[in-house]
Ligand binder design. Sequence first.
Ligand SMILES: C[S@@+](CC[C@H](N)C(=O)[O-])C[C@H]1O[C@@H](n2cnc3c(N)ncnc32)[C@H](O)[C@@H]1O
Length: 302
Amino acid sequence: MGRDYHVPVMADRVEHWLGSIDGTIVDATFGGGGHSRVLLEANPALRVLALDRDPDAGLQSASFGSRLVFRQADFRTLESVLQEEQLDEIDGALFDLGVSSHQLDVGERGFSYRRRGPLDMRMGPDAGLDAEVVVNQWSRADVVRILRRYGEERHASRIAGAIVRARPIADTLELAGVVANAMPARSRRAGHPARRTFQAIRIAVNDELAALTDVLDVAVRMLRHDGRILVISYHSLEDRIVKRRFAAGSVDCTCPPDFPVCVCDTVAELRILSRGETPSTDEIEGNPRARSARLRVAERVG
Ligand SMILES: C[S@@+](CC[C@H](N)C(=O)[O-])C[C@H]1O[C@@H](n2cnc3c(N)ncnc32)[C@H](O)[C@@H]1O
């Protein structure tokens, strides 16, 4: 559990919302355990069930004894992990989405457009796909589709065409070069030209948006009354999924507005506590990876 591995983002806000909860919370994206450490140190009555898809995560999780249990698992399997841990409900859940600094910093993982590494980008060995297949085998149309959908990349068509023409692409830096050369010169000024392409491929490889959609339903269902769910997202696609799920869970009636009486009997299951907190400028200065973070918080009701 070290800052070398990953500096936890908005740790003070996570402590604010979860630090006084007694019982068991799920840290579904344990990474280097920075958030878990803050919570376990703040509250001796708290236990953490930590999950991460990445076998490199959780390595130094021993120091809290039985208060911290780590399971290498995709958070999509949360329900079965809870059953195996004999937990009928949880008191809180934290999702700190995306990649850890460790994953970006280790070139061999293939996440970074600044380091040479294999075209991998799997968060864990269980992923059924890797970047090599996307980059060197997918049809141009499929590459365009993910660049548009997951990268929100305006130049998707040009980039996909360049990728297909350059095949076989050997590694991350070669891919980053192909993408950069495909971009119109005026677009190269706003951040690294390959950032959106790498994001799109990573999201596709790890099926990140579907995983998030699925797990939010499970986590909300498993939360006890008054239990809290926190999600820190790093781009608008993730944030939109969280925003919509929280909004859908917080309405009492979904009948069309012109119905004279409610016939749906929908009862809110969530109360929204925070619609989107962002890191302070001080935090962003000290940890630029916090730049795009947005935290949403809801509480189970009903
Ligand atoms: C931003 S890091 C979390 C950092 C952590 N909060 C800390 O303080 O060190 C995100 C982590 O989520 C993990 N992750 C992403 N998708 C996952 C999934 N579907 N299931 C389990 N872990 C996942 C990644 O492997 C990565 O370690």
